[in-house]
Design a protein around this ligand. Structure first.
Ligand SMILES: NC(=O)c1ccc[n+]([C@@H]2O[C@H](COP(=O)([O-])OP(=O)(O)OC[C@H]3O[C@@H](n4cnc5c(N)ncnc54)[C@H](O)[C@@H]3O)[C@@H](O)[C@H]2O)c1
Length: 246
């Protein structure tokens, strides 16, 4: 990893949206660190985009603390945090959903966002030099799809956390915002999108008529983390081809 840009910690950075976000920050001259529970995958992705990586399980407070300590020792303080790690873990009607699936999704999407924000915000406050947080929500936080209730509830909670983070950290010069993508082509959705009928059903809900690519999402994350967004905090911005209009 080289360059003089900001140190950007991207959770879930080994794949999909996180990987694309990290690559976009690297291309903009920043210094991304890909933090992922899959350490070898993060290392491989980091090598491909000229970034650094660290193994971090966002559900585990000790893992978050030790990974962050390692990142800080090796690269300096985190200036931008992208809380992207997230899972769906299958799904189904709430009346039948296995409790373990619910708990697992809450642990990664909600507890993970809290734990990493808590650790990084503490460091940002102590530095006295501000920073910013971008959380990755989902259009599903506001528009339900049958069978995804467990996942959508965690994303609605991430949006609430985004607002609390913004309010509480504003006095420290730390901004917090979220992006809310509609469906995006990534390894998470690859199976679903390979089924032409399922894909067509999702596309029919999107006024702009197509499933997003990861690079439909990355410019918004970079903007929210940029000086151009210096007076924007506590917002959730959809990037969903108009899905929430329907
Ligand atoms: N793909 C979509 O359609 C879509 C739409 C809206 C929102 N999102 C959100 O975007 C984010 C990224 O999704 P994606 O589609 O790129 O998924 P993905 O499956 O391609 O990548 C997710 C990454 O998170 C990592 N991860 C999982 N559990 C972790 C943990 N405990 N600790 C650290 N890392 C962990 C995985 O190893 C993987 O590298 C998620 O928060 C997801 O909910 C995705």
């Amino acid at each position: 990893m080289s360059g003089q840009g900001r140190l950007v910690l991207v959770t879930g950075g080994a794949s999909g949206i996180g990987r694309a976000v990290a690559r976009a920050f690297a291309e903009a001259g920043d210094r991304p660190v890909l933090a992922d529970v899959d350490g070898p995958a993060a290392e491989k992705a980091a090598a491909e985009i000229g970034a650094a990586s660290v193994t971090m399980d966002v559900t585990d407070a000790a893992s978050v603390q030790s990974a962050l300590a390692g990142v800080t020792a090796a690269h300096g303080r985190v200036e931008v945090l992208v809380n992207n790690a997230g899972i769906v873990a299958g799904g189904g009607p709430l009346a039948e959903l296995p409790v373990e699936v619910f708990d697992r999704v809450v642990a990664v999407n909600l507890r993970g966002t809290f734990l990493v924000t808590r650790a990084v915000a503490g460091q940002m406050i102590a530095s006295g030099r501000g920073g910013c947080v971008v959380n990755v929500s989902s259009a599903g936080a506001r528009q339900p799809t049958a069978g995804l209730g467990h996942y959508e509830a965690t994303k609605a909670a991430v949006e609430a956390l985004t607002r609390s983070t913004a309010l509480e950290l504003a006095p420290h010069g730390i901004r917090a915002n979220a992006v809310a993508p509609g469906p995006v082509l990534t390894p998470m959705t690859a199976g679903l999108m390979a089924d032409p009928r399922a894909r067509a059903a999702w596309e029919s809900r999107i006024p702009l008529g197509r499933i997003a690519a990861t690079d439909d999402v990355t410019p918004l994350v970079l903007f929210l983390a940029s000086a151009a967004a210096a007076h924007i905090t506590g917002v959730v911005v959809p990037v969903d081809g108009g899905q929430l209009l329907t």
